[in-house]
Design a protein around this ligand. Structure first.
Ligand SMILES: Nc1ncnc2c1ncn2[C@@H]1O[C@H](COP(=O)(O)OP(=O)(O)O)[C@@H](O)[C@H]1O
Ligand SMILES: [Mg+2]
Length: 365
């Protein structure tokens, strides 16, 4: 069902991403050990990833790192995610247990795999070395997916933490059969984390595949809605659908949410669209509040973009007027880059615009 709001994991319910799916599956089969799947929030990264992992037919681990943020970025939470996934994989690949048992700090009891995260317990490098040996012996490859991997940066260094850049560099050099897939909604932050542009990063200059998911174009968005409604025996008028796409653009997550709500309420009028937008605003406001905690100037910059001041100088004038203090050129550049890295704004034809129409509704006039 296209309007199912959970991330999709079946090819039949993944709409309009044939090319991207093909490309991702090809990357799984290629030599590149590192694959990046990038795009703004709710554009469909997790869905594409889950469908691809399933279609691939090889063993995989999927870790949703948002659980890390909820758990204060502790090693314990990470190991919990990892042991749950190993437990799942082991249930269909039973020879894996013989390899895992040889790793210090790993206990395999019945069907469950437990990792000892204390000092002197397991290290993830030794664990993955064994997994790689197992894969070699099976003639298989494994994909390890870190969903929202920019969050790994908050686990760097310090006691009880893991330096993932080092680990990924280790994997890059030593593991022949393991591929890492990193998704990121905050694209610039993920690139910073892996150190794509930073010569001091252990991952600098390593070859990687990149897939960038874009919003649906207008026709795809309309067809998505038509098909989704048809699955439920509805056929809203073209005007209604045009209006929905005017407001929600090609953000498949919002379109799905609209479809779900309209089907549930069996109504397609403007009230439903308004209700969906209100809910979307609440969700997005909550996400933005975390951004505003980093700098109070972000609000002014976003408001300026919301007023249609897309150009640098106009943004500067407006933000200075609202904040009541001068903002240096360097500072404004930092603020704009910051918002770009979070995938909140992007540059289009030399002007800054919002990636998500809901943000425009929140900060706009
Ligand atoms: N290609 C697609 N076809 C149908 N529904 C999709 C598609 N991509 C995403 N969705 C839906 O959109 C919402 C957001 O998708 P998700 O994969 O979680 O996005 P992301 O991981 O980029 O934030 C979910 O409700 C999901 O079911
Ligand atoms: Mg996701």
């Amino acid at each position: 069902m296209l309007f199912d709001v959970a991330p999709k994991d079946e090819r039949t319910s993944l709409f309009g991403r044939d090319k991207e799916l093909e490309k991702l599956l090809q990357s799984f089969g290629s030599k590149a050990p590192l694959i990046l799947l990038l795009g703004m929030r709710r554009v469909g990264k997790t869905s594409l990833l889950k469908v691809a992992l399933k279609e691939w037919g090889q063993p995989y681990l999927y870790l949703d790192l948002r659980a890390l943020a909820d758990g204060g970025f502790s090693k314990v939470v990470f190991y919990r995610l990892l042991s749950d996934e190993l437990t799942r994989v082991q249930s269909s690949w039973d020879r894996l247990r013989f390899f895992l048992q040889k790793v210090r700090g790993v206990q395999v009891a019945g069907i469950s795999v437990e990792l000892d995260w204390r000092r002197n317990g397991m290290t993830i490098s030794s664990l993955f070395r064994k997994i790689d040996e197992w894969l070699e012996s099976e003639g298989k490859n494994m994909a390890v997916a870190f969903d929202e991997a920019q969050l790994l940066r908050d686990m760097r260094g310090g006691k009880g933490r893991i330096d993932f850049r080092k680990f990924l560099a280790f994997a890059y050099d030593n593991l022949r059969h393991v591929k890492f897939v990193l998704t990121g909604s905050e694209v610039g932050l993920l690139m910073d984390f892996i150190g794509a542009e930073d010569p001091s990063s252990p991952l600098y200059g390593r070859y990687r595949e990149e897939i960038v998911l874009q919003k649906f174009d207008r026709e795809t968005s309309l067809e998505f809605l038509r098909r989704g409604f048809r699955e439920h025996g509805f056929e809203p008028s073209p005007d209604v659908l045009e209006k929905v796409v005017d407001v929600l653009d090609g953000v498949v997550g919002w379109l799905t949410y609209y479809g779900y709500t309209a089907v549930y309420e069996k109504k397609f009028d403007e009230n439903i669209l308004e209700k969906v937008v209100d809910q979307a605003k609440r969700v997005t406001e909550n996400e933005l509040s975390k951004v505003f905690q980093r700098s109070r100037y972000y609000k002014h910059v976003l408001r300026a973009v919301g007023m249609g001041y897309g150009e640098w100088a106009a943004i500067k004038r407006a933000a200075e007027a609202w904040s009541g203090v001068p903002i240096s050129n360097a500072h404004l550049t930092r603020l704009l880059h910051g918002l770009e890295k979070l995938s909140i704004i992007e540059k289009k034809d030399g002007k800054y615009v919002f990636t998500d129409p809901i943000v425009a509704k929140i900060v706009g006039p």
